[in-house]
Design a protein around this ligand. Sequence first.
Ligand code: ADE
Length: 234
Amino acid sequence: MTVHIGAQPGDIAPTVLMPGDPYRARWAAETFLKDARLVNEVRGMLGYTGTWNGNPVTIHGSGMGMPSLSIYANELIRDYGAKTLIRVGSAGAMQDHVKIRDVVLAQTATTLSTPSAGIFRELNFAPCADFGLLAAAHRVAGDKGITTHVGNIYSSDVFYDERPDLTEIMTRHGVLCVEMEAAELYNVCARHGARALAVLTISDHLITHEALPSSERERSFGEMIEIALGAAFA
Ligand code: ADE
């Protein structure tokens, strides 16, 4: 057991999918995994372990924002031996050609700051996805007829952003979308030799102000889980 995860040694699989929302973790485990069992519920952050196509998989919530994700990613890797960590979550589009429901594979993640800033100091470290996972996710999505955008995203510390100038700068530099966790997942995984990827569905649009209806959120979340599982075991 760790400070934030009540799982026993061996309860966490080498492959971990990380939605922000713990109830999404439960839904995904019950929907996609065989013999899923609850392995963590400390502070309501649910984690389940089961199998997918015979492969052991854990689906564990990350919470919202990089400080929360950092706690779980650190403990999953350092204390439980996780080797492949894939964020599955939602994002807000920052480009006209990126539409509601589209899937984005985050090749790299721009930030103002991350919990790793204290380590990197003056260094502008470039957090990036594991190329094998990224290429596999692109292939798996294509085989399912799901179009993906691959490129730079923005991992923000704020949902209610008061800096429209920043959004404009990022849009002008081709940043595809904004979310709140991927960059620190990539940092922590780089530090500890684990593979990382973020698979994101566009839930809202910063330019058109459209939003994905809540009735459709489950289906698009399911597609992300299928892409993530397919990529992890490709
Ligand atoms: N996740 C989904 N939409 C978002 C947004 N607009 N900003 C930050 N994170 C998000």
